[in-house]
Design a protein. Structure first.
Length: 833
């Protein structure tokens, strides 16, 4: 239906005198507008008529009637995991089996399909029926293919639209598969079940330890990279032979940065010393008294001679030793966990648990269907089964029904419900077809990821929806235009049971590390292994200029054909390659010149993966379409082993999310970058690792204690907003740890910066690129306004930060609306609303 036709038909409708509060009426009215050009009727409207009135006990009834979600039910038995499991999946399956509505958040490569298969298996063993639906056939076909791989495809009826239904009933399997096993005797079944539950209980803590090890490996990789950047900084600051290293009650061997020490304090102790040294010495008169040296000897095992160094050298040495010790600690902890998991036969137990679960599942099926080693014929059905009383028999024979969300009501009789509906890729499911899916079952498991691409609303449907929505008094979470099924449900039910699938199994750690820091608040647990020599992130910058012509970029096409593919895709390689772009015209032109590789838009690539992904961004200037967070997340996470980004060298593109990938690659590849500032050493100064409040409580300045404590709370609250999830906080960073290009400064400013006592109150930085984003100075009224010397220092700091292009926000203790001011300032700097 054209936009004009919809507008004309709606203009003739009379607005209600009183706005309706009935969301079903809104959706039903809107379904009539979902006609394709030339159709005489709306398919969706016909499907909505099938669910009138809404069936009691369906999930849709709960959603429409503003009912609270019922309390959790206690499952009859512990779940089994015939398809394997991890820590997140065990939680997700348990919630799915016991809740009216549960949400599984499935970031890229986190075993979403495996989780769905385990839910299906447990539902079938409970004698329940399952519908698996999505907005497209590819997602449900993936489930069918995986079940077939395990010899379980005979449980599936792949239905959906009329053509698929006819195809299924025309080619029903006439025989059950040969499982080559016999039914389990009751005694053997009980023994195996008890053993599976024992293994499951035992594995619970080991799965968490496996996750801890993976997190530590990622932290270790990041610590090594940060140490490399620190060494670059340190080598510009002093000559190692000019200083005296601490002896820590031992005699070290020293050669430059190669230090062999015994009795080295833990990294936390070294960091604690830095905090204490800054508070007592650097923020004081700069002198280390005898009593203080004695204290440091007792508490930190530091000999007196160490304090013969300058204060700057003392700080620098301890910072260097911190990285050395931190890396040693991480390596030691990883080794301990690895040894423990080896000693308890973790891998063998996990395999045994999976195999035993599968034996129990298949044993159940052998018993249910009477299949043994002999081939057995099975009952067949006609298509009218879908609306007759024989549907129950059909469900017994095929307990798993696959369909699109649009067609699910055509795959079942009126008034009937499945026990479970699993709605896959729910962030791409629109509200109309989503309601049809919710109407089909007693319990719903909604699977998706709001950080990947959402559903696309056509201009025609947006026009219709906006007009009809205005005539109803409904909450925003019902709005068809602005919500997907997933976003609507998590907005309406913020406390509904949710599980984030954290364990990531697809991409090289460096590739998914970008998505993890940028979009997932560093919550993903990266289970893949990588090597520093893998060269997993490669960036090609086109020369500065305007090479874009509409929605294609010939310069990028030439670079891909003539440089990228010859260098990074060896002839005869068995690696899979995908070439993607946000724009259809660019992919069409690339496809004309590239053979043997899949070339498509980012939108079409959602749900797929390739060993090598070549991403052509096209745009010369930043724009909302190309710089969309969801689109970038999908594009980057398609790459398994290598991501090659082809991007404009224009500065405008580098100040964007695409630009963040470039900077992330430069930082992690330890490239020398021309910049006026250093990357932030967040392991040393990150506020999460050390509690800033402990430091503030010890301050002599009561006003500083109160104001900085309060302002830290403001920062933490603002950074919890979704648009700032990739930002971190650091505190008390010396200015000479930030300012790299000293040629920008006057002689007076140079002396000021080199003084290690000069530091920032707070620094907000990008956890992706490690770049400073905003310096925050909390100015106590009596300490600043009434102190001329401090005002001079403030002016110097203002000037230095301005020359280095680091934004500064000064917050007075007599100011107000700090949270609003900080939010708006960050949004302006980062161009985020």
């Amino acid at each position: 239906m054209s936009q004009k036709t919809i507008r004309d038909s709606l203009q003739g409708s009379k607005p209600n005198q009183r706005k309706s509060k009935n969301p079903f009426r809104y959706y039903f009215e809107l379904s009539a507008c979902a006609k394709k050009e030339g159709d005489s009727y709306s398919f969706l409207e016909s499907q909505f008529k099938k669910i009138m009135p809404v069936i009691k006990d369906s999930v849709l009834q709960t959603y429409l009637n503003e009912l609270d979600l019922p309390a959790s039910s206690v499952p009859d038995q512990k779940p089994l995991f015939p398809f394997g499991c991890n820590a997140s999946q065990t939680k997700a399956v348990a919630k799915a089996m016991s809740e009216k509505l549960s949400v599984i958040q499935g970031p890229p490569g986190t075993g979403k399909t495996q989780t769905i298969l385990n839910i299906i298996a447990n539902a079938i063993m409970e004698g329940k029926t399952v519908a698996v639906v999505s907005n497209n056939n590819a997602a449900t076909e993936n489930v069918a293919e995986k079940l077939t791989t395990y010899g379980l495809g005979f449980l599936v009826a792949s239905l959906g639209n009329k053509g698929k239904r006819e195809a299924f009933f025309a080619s029903q399997p006439l025989y059950y598969p040969d499982f080559k096993i016999s039914a389990l005797a009751p005694k053997e079944h009980k023994r195996m079940k008890n053993w599976a539950h024992l293994l499951g209980d035992r594995l619970e803590q080991y799965l968490e330890m496996q996750n801890e090890r993976a997190k530590l490996k990622q932290e270790l990789a990041e610590a090594k990279i940060q140490r490399t950047h620190f060494k670059e900084f340190a080598q510009n600051q002093f000559r190692p032979e000019d200083i005296t290293y601490p002896t820590f009650l031992c005699r070290p061997y020293i050669k430059g940065f190669n230090i062999v020490l015994t009795g080295l304090p833990a990294s936390d102790s070294l960091k604690k010393f830095l905090k204490n040294f800054r508070r007592v010495v650097l923020d004081g008169d700069g002198k280390t008294t005898f009593s203080l040296k004695l204290r440091y000897l007792i508490e930190f095992k530091l000999f007196y001679t160490f304090f013969n160094n300058s204060n700057e050298s003392i700080v620098l040495i301890i910072e260097h030793l911190f990285y050395k010790k931190k890396i040693e600690e991480l390596e030691a902890r990883i080794a301990i966990i690895s040894k423990l998991l080896f000693n308890v036969n973790f891998t063998a137990d996990l395999d045994d648990f999976t195999a035993t679960s599968m034996k129990l599942f298949k044993g159940f099926l052998v018993d249910k269907y009477g299949i043994s080693k002999a081939t057995k014929s099975r009952r067949t059905f006609t298509m009218d089964t879908l609306w007759k009383n024989t549907f129950k028999n059909f469900q017994n024979e095929y307990p798993i029904i696959l369909s699109t969300t649009h067609a699910i009501r055509s795959c079942m009789p009126p008034g009937k419900l499945f026990d479970y509906v699993i709605i896959d890729e729910a962030s791409q499911v629109d509200m109309l077809s989503g309601c049809l899916a919710l109407s089909s079952a007693k319990q719903a498991i909604v699977v998706g990821d709001l950080k990947q691409l959402p559903n696309i609303v056509s201009k025609e449907m947006k026009t219709a929806s906006d007009f009809i929505f205005m005539r109803h008094n409904l909450p925003a979470y019902n709005d068809y235009t602005k919500q997907s099924l997933l976003s609507s449900l998590v907005t309406k039910y913020p406390h509904c049971p949710k599980t984030l699938l954290k364990e990531h199994y697809r991409c090289h750690p460096l590739i998914i590390g970008y998505c993890n820091h940028k979009f997932y608040n560093n919550e993903l647990v990266i289970m893949t292994e990588g090597d520093e020599t893998d060269n997993a992130l490669v960036v090609y910058k086109t020369p500065v200029g305007n090479h874009q012509r509409g929605t294609f970029n010939q310069r990028e096409i030439d670079i891909i054909i003539n440089e990228v593919i010859p260098k990074h895709v060896p002839t005869g390689t068995d690696m899979t390659v995908g070439v993607v772009s946000p724009y259809r015209k660019q992919t069409d032109k690339l496809a004309q010149r590239i053979n043997g590789y899949q070339v498509d838009t980012v939108h079409k690539f959602q749900g797929r993966e390739r060993d090598i992904i070549i991403l052509s961004t096209v745009a010369n200037q930043k724009n909302a379409f190309v710089d969309n967070a969801n689109l970038i997340n999908v594009a980057v996470s398609r790459a398994v082993k290598k991501l090659i980004l082809v991007v404009s060298g224009n500065q405008a593109m580098l100040n964007s999310k695409i630009g963040d990938i470039v900077k992330y690659a430069q930082y992690n590849n330890c490239e020398i970058v021309e910049s006026s500032v250093y990357s932030v050493f967040d392991l040393l100064y990150g506020i999460n690792a050390y509690d800033r409040r402990k430091y503030i409580r010890q301050c002599n300045n009561k006003e500083s204690e109160d104001s900085e404590t309060l302002y830290r709370t403001v920062i933490e609250k603002v950074l919890k907003l979704p648009q700032f999830c990739d930002l971190g906080i650091a505190s008390q960073i010396p200015l000479n740890r930030l300012v790299k290009d000293l040629t920008l400064l006057t002689q007076e400013e140079l002396v000021f910066v080199k003084n290690v006592q000069t530091s920032t109150d707070f620094m907000i930085f990008s956890r992706v690129t490690k770049e400073p984003v905003l310096v925050i100075e909390v100015d106590g009224y009596s300490f600043h306004e009434a102190n001329p010397e401090q005002l001079v220092r403030d002016e110097k700091k203002n000037s230095v930060l301005s020359k280095c292009k680091i934004p500064l926000l000064r917050s007075s203790t007599v100011g107000s609306q700090e949270e609003k001011v900080l939010t708006e300032r960050l949004a302006t700097i980062l161009d985020r609303g």
